[in-house]
Every structure is written in C-alpha cells, then in structure tokens.
Design a protein around this ligand. Structure first.
Ligand code: PMP
Length: 306
C-alpha cells in the first residue's frame, strides 16, 4: 500500500517538504545497507497526540549507531525534539514516526567513513498486519531463512542491512499464502517474526525468546512484559523450540507497527482453537488503553506533543 504522504520531513536539522527529502544515488547506505532506524508510534489521547516511549526508541537508535560506529550528529534529546516537531508540523494526531540515520555520499567502499545523515518522517499508518489480522489473528509460516547468528550480524541493532534476511522470510511466507514468517535462530530455537517479537502462552504462563536468540530487543516486547507482570501473569524469557509453537495455547506478535497481533495458525496447525486467546486479548486491550493515555500508572511512557 502506498505511503500516506505528509507535508514535511525533518532532514539534517531542518524541516523540508516531503518531495525535497531526497538522497544521491551514490549514498553509501543505498549500496551497503549502512543505515540504522526506528519505528515509533504516536496515538491520540484526551490530552492531544502522545508519542509512545519516544526516549527509549531514540536511545535504541543511538545504540544501533554505536554498534556500527556511526557518529550521530544529534543528541538523543535533540532527536526527541525533532520527532515532536515533525508530528506538530504535519498536524498529525495518530501516526508512525520513522527516524533514520545513514552513511551518505563521499566515498565508496567498506571503510564506511562517509558522514552520517539523519532524517525523521511521519505518516498515518494502521496496524502493520491489518485491522482484520489484529481482530481475528494471522496465519504464520516458520521460515526456511534463519536469523543471522550473533557472530555474523549484531541483530540487537536495528540496521537497514539486517532486513534483507527478514524480507526473504516475509516474501517466502506471503508467496506460500501466509501472512507472516517466524524465523528460527542459528541453533534452531525460535527467534522472532520478520518485524515483530513473538510470545507463546502455555498453561497460563507467558514465554518469549531471550536476547541471545538473535532477536531485536523490542520496546513493545518490554512494554508487554511489564504490563503482563503488573496484571499478575508470570513471564519467562527462555529458548523455545519450534514444536512448542505448535502446542501453544496462544501465540502473539508484538511490535510498534504490529502492536499486539494474535497468531491463529502456524504451518497449517491451528493455535488455541484457531482464534485469538484470552490472555492475548487481555494484553492487546491493556496495550491499547496504555498507549492512548487511559492508564495513569504508565503516563511516564507518553510524550505529549502539544
Ligand atoms: N523485531 C524486528 C525484526 C523488528 O523489526 C521489530 C520492529 N521494530 C521488532 C522486533 C519489534 O520492536 P519494537 O517493539 O521496538 O517495535
């Protein structure tokens, strides 16, 4: 689906028109995937638009940049201010915000000394796996593509090049008639979706793979772990086998774009009777209330735009 265009994009310190936010064809990141990025959401609340966990996302952007030895020309605070400005300038109420830092032009080759450029765009974007998917659950395929091992790529960085593997997994799943892929890690344990973390519910306990399973350490993953514990559920981070997916009572994905999306089938096997389970729906409803500022306890996660 085409992007819902907005008016302005923040680029290298100033607001420019959507059509002006361009790069040269010899941009380093275009050739080698040398970019790091974020996905953040802003939700409408009774006190106006609020960006969810803005600081945590910008801190992760900085960490991704540090891992790839990219020196960001802005502080985390400056990037947070710029994100707020983009939402304001475009008069957006609910939107997805995409900051990206990338190696620009100047040299070719892998020494990657090119100066780092930064841009932040925002546009309206519904649930990544669809409204329908969020309501009824999605169908998932375990991918033949494994997540790159930690001594190949540092998957805890959210870097452009890492997504080539996710794209292969997603395309394979969609071509086979599924909605999304689940990737295993290099040891054969469950890692995550192509753009989401995964959770499994079994006998009332909530499980999710640990950081060493080559996952991106999701901010929604953390939000859900905190909310689940506060609601009285036990949450366990541990290695999960593929077979544990098949016998799960419930499986769901988390991500800024996907929010909480139930999984109703994996590799043709119905999960939890083929419909979203009660714990998934409990967490989805809690998440929706929290991001819209309806739960004062979690006010600290919201940055109001006005
Ligand atoms: N894993 C991958 C590979 C992702 O691209 C994303 C989306 N950023 C996530 C997990 C979820 O991370 P978050 O909850 O921070 O959006």
């Amino acid at each position: 689906m085409a992007l819902a265009k907005t008016k302005y994009i923040w680029m290298n310190g100033r607001m420019v028109g959507w059509e002006e936010a361009n790069v040269h064809v010899l941009t380093h990141a275009l050739h080698y995937g040398s970019s790091v990025f974020e996905g953040i959401r802003c939700y409408e609340t009774s006190r106006g638009p609020a960006i969810f966990r803005l600081k945590e996302h910008m801190v992760r952007l900085k960490q991704s940049a540090d891992i790839y030895m990219m020196k960001l020309p802005y502080t985390v605070e400056e990037l947070c201010m710029a994100a707020i400005e983009v939402v304001k300038a475009n008069n957006l109420k609910e939107c997805y915000i995409r900051p990206i830092a990338f190696r620009g032009t100047g040299e070719m080759g892998l020494q990657a000394r090119n100066p780092v450029e930064v841009a932040i765009a925002a546009w309206p974007w519904g649930p990544y796996l669809g409204e329908e998917g969020q309501k009824k659950g999605i169908r998932v395929k375990v991918s033949s593509h494994i997540r790159p091992p930690p001594n190949s790529l540092p998957m805890n960085a959210k870097a452009g090049g890492h997504y080539l593997s996710s794209i292969l997994a997603k395309m394979e799943a969609v071509q086979a008639g599924y909605d999304e892929a689940i990737m295993l890690d290099h040891r054969g344990f469950v890692s995550e979706g192509s753009g989401e973390n995964v959770f499994v519910v079994k006998d009332g306990v909530i499980y999710t793979p640990p950081p060493h399973a080559s996952i991106l350490i999701g901010i929604t993953r953390n939000t859900i772990m905190v909310l689940a514990e506060d609601l009285g559920y036990r949450v366990v981070e541990e290695d999960l086998t593929r077979a544990m997916l098949y016998v799960a009572d419930e499986v769901f994905f988390t991500g800024t774009a996907a929010e909480v999306t139930p999984v109703r089938e994996i590799d043709g096997i119905p999960i939890g009777g083929g419909k979203p389970g009660p714990i998934t729906l409990h967490l989805l409803n809690e998440y929706k209330a929290v991001v819209r500022g309806e739960k004062p306890k979690y006010e600290g996660w919201l940055t109001y735009v006005e």
